[in-house]
Design a binder for this molecule. Structure first.
Ligand code: ATP
Ligand code: MG
Length: 197
């Protein structure tokens, strides 16, 4: 087993074509809270990956999970982190895929280019890291998901202006309620601005 990543909450190993993601305890949390949070996120990630497999969404297939060991086992997606190869050619596809998640009632909760992988073979974008995901049909939740994506594109990829406009283009093509969500996004942005003052 090869360790492939060490995040803030989890350690990831690769074993043949599997990835094992294990959520470790955070000593600074109250032990009970720590355990229930890790259980909750592990179950949630497993549940969302299971649901996505049913709809053929490009995400790792869930192979196993244990809320005792706080681990999930999923397919290894070979390729590059989008963050490392980002350019304008990917932005419409991001929008199309986020719209697909949202029309299936799934909010990702952590849409960053570190949580997307460009598949080595077909160059298709695959999404990972569903530990903060949840099920919702609310316009507000979808708008906030987009807003956080906009923020991360502006900060991580500030050298590539205009990415988010292309994301919204793809999003609108693939979400029949796009207009309502984009109007709400505008409200979320205004709130963000007022807060800064
Ligand atoms: N199924 C997978 N296939 C290939 N690489 C993966 C896979 N899952 C995760 N990785 C790699 O491991 C890294 C960390 O995984 P992930 O984003 O799920 O955890 P994290 O960011 O530490 O989690 P959290 O945000 O819950 O703390 C990813 O950025 C990616 O490089
Ligand atoms: Mg991540």
């Amino acid at each position: 087993m090869l360790k492939i990543a060490q995040g803030a909450e989890a350690v990831l190993y690769k074993d043949h074509n599997d990835v094992i993601k294990e959520r470790f305890s955070k000593k600074y949390r109250y032990p009970h809270l720590d355990e229930s949070l890790r259980k909750f996120r592990t179950r949630r990630e497993a549940k969302v990956l299971g649901r996505l497999a049913e709809t053929n969404f490009p995400a790792p297939h869930l192979k196993n999970f244990s809320d005792e060991r706080m681990s999930i086992v999923m397919d290894f997606i070979p390729g590059e982190k989008l963050k490392d190869v980002m350019d304008h050619t990917f932005s419409r596809e991001i929008g199309l895929r986020v719209a697909e998640l949202h029309t299936n009632g799934i909010i990702h909760g952590d849409l960053t280019t570190s949580n997307m992988i460009v598949h080595k073979e077909n160059r298709a974008l695959h999404f990972i890291d569903f530990g903060l995901s949840f099920f919702s049909e609310k316009t507000e939740d979808k708008a906030v998901d987009l807003f956080l994506l906009e923020r991360t594109l502006e900060s991580t990829h500030y050298e590539l202006p205009g990415l988010f406009e292309n994301v919204l283009q793809g999003y609108s093509e693939n979400n029949p309620n796009g207009k309502e969500i984009l109007d709400r996004l505008e409200e979320v942005r205004m709130r963000g601005r007022n807060k800064k003052k």
